[in-house]
Design a protein around this ligand. Structure first.
Ligand SMILES: Cc1cc2nc3c(=O)[nH]c(=O)nc-3n(C[C@H](O)[C@H](O)[C@H](O)COP(=O)(O)OP(=O)(O)OC[C@H]3O[C@@H](n4cnc5c(N)ncnc54)[C@H](O)[C@@H]3O)c2cc1C
Length: 395
């Protein structure tokens, strides 16, 4: 029985980050236990399901049934409705996260990981200042299991890091109230992602409409926790938006919850434990997208863990710092930079948003790029212009 074994690694959370980590480490011969509180990995889905294709290919070879549709156009709709349409240099996919998440965990299992679902982790065990395993409830029975290293891949509301003493508090201004529906009976371009920016519709946030096909879409809203108005919840706002923009739409599924658009955590390792994915705040603080960066953090973390455990080195905080530094140097600095854009973007008023759209629409087609959207948005904020240039060349 898995409860009696001592594993090299216990991964808490079987989302894209946890499953990617488990597959990579198990395939190198490490003994890996992956625990998830869900009964079935991949459901319910709380995600717009959009990813950039090139980044995605670098991490996993896409299977046909993971992809609902291809994205090649970005459409920004300002308050006055004067839409800005941009052909994307880097195309994207709308995934079927249910199948994708499930398959990633299957791959981890095929690589040799032990996967246990319906297992809720509610504590970590600590001996001599080292995390040595986890405790929880599996099928209504308590369990306790040991490992050399524990991975907190438990998502945005994750508590594993906190159990081990890692500070993961965030400020209310970084909390977005999210509400998303899957709607059928909509008429939509199946290759375009739509973003509606308007303080009347989504104060301090935006509405996204991501096509699943030409008749089905993920329609979601994020509104700033600071701008919440009594009686005007994210649900009320999204219902009204959907009725107006997609009359006759049919609601197929609903998800809701907080989205944290914060800086990456400064500290994501401690003796015997590290955090990856949303649990480490690897989410783009402007868009809320976190699938790709979550999986990238998993790859860095896996490579450092393999090196340590295969070479008999202790997974101490000092040794795990290699992961933290690698993540911050290669990706985290971009998350930090995007965080600096976030407030400036979400504090724009409706006149400013209309004005930006008007300026972009005056550009010739070949100059309508995401870089120019950012450049025009921040032309009165020179301090951010250098950051934008860096962001778009990836340094
Ligand atoms: C409304 C919404 C829309 C989004 N749209 C997009 C999008 O279009 N594109 C994009 O890139 N990102 C999007 N995101 C973000 C994206 O969903 C996350 O960044 C991504 O799922 C992070 O992966 P993860 O593996 O870190 O965590 P998760 O996918 O959240 O997985 C965490 C897993 O841990 C398990 N778990 C949690 N606690 C415990 C516990 N105590 N014990 C056992 N198991 C536990 C959970 O059951 C879950 O399976 C969206 C998020 C929201 C909320």
């Amino acid at each position: 029985m898995w409860q009696q074994q001592k594993f090299d690694i216990i991964v808490v959370g079987g989302g894209p980050a946890g499953a990617t980590f488990a597959q990579r480490t198990a395939s190198k011969g490490l003994s890996v236990l992956l625990l998830d509180k869900k009964k079935r990995i991949g459901t319910p889905v709380r995600c717009g399901e959009a990813v950039a294709a090139e980044d995605f290919h670098a991490l996993h070879k896409p299977q046909k049934n993971w992809i609902r549709t291809n994205i090649n156009t970005f459409c920004l709709i300002p308050p006055n409705g004067d839409a800005v349409t941009i052909d994307l240099k880097q195309t994207g996919y709308i995934l079927n996260r249910s199948i994708f998440d499930n398959d990633l965990v299957k791959f981890a299992e095929q690589a040799g990981a032990t996967v246990v679902t319906n297992a809720y982790v509610n504590a970590v065990t600590i001996e001599d200042d080292f995390v040595t395993g986890v405790k929880g409830i599996w099928n209504d029975e308590p369990f306790s299991v040991q490992s050399k290293l524990v991975i907190g891949a438990d998502g945005v509301e994750g508590r594993i890091g906190r159990f081990a003493g890692i500070k993961s508090q965030f400020s209310l201004k970084d909390l977005i109230a999210g509400y998303e529906i899957t709607a059928s009976n909509v008429d939509i371009d199946k290759n375009t992602c739509y973003f509606y920016v308007s303080n009347k519709v989504a104060p301090g946030g935006y509405v996204w409409v991501f096509p699943r096909s030409s008749a089905e879409a993920n329609i979601g809203i994020g509104i700033s926790g600071k701008k919440y108005e009594e009686g005007n919840s994210a649900k009320v706002r999204l219902d009204s938006f959907s009725r107006k923009n997609f009359p006759g739409y049919k609601e197929e599924a609903v998800t809701m919850g907080g989205i944290i658009l914060a800086k990456p955590l400064k500290k994501i390792v401690t003796n015997g434990l590290l955090l990856i994915g949303d649990a480490a705040r690897t989410v783009d603080p402007v868009s809320g997208g976190g699938i790709i960066w979550g999986m990238k953090s998993a790859v860095y973390a896996a490579d450092v863990s393999i090196d340590l455990l295969k070479n008999g080195k202790e997974p101490s905080e000092a040794n795990l710092l290699d992961y933290q530094e690698m993540w911050m140097k290669n990706e985290g600095k971009q998350v930090k930079r995007l965080y600096r854009f976030k407030d400036a973007i979400y504090n724009l008023n409706d006149d400013q948003l209309n004005n930006i759209a008007r300026k972009i629409n005056k550009l010739p087609a070949h100059k309508k790029t995401l870089f120019n959207v950012f450049r025009i948005t921040f032309q009165n904020k020179p301090a951010l212009l250098l950051d934008i240039a860096k962001q778009f060349v990836g340094i």
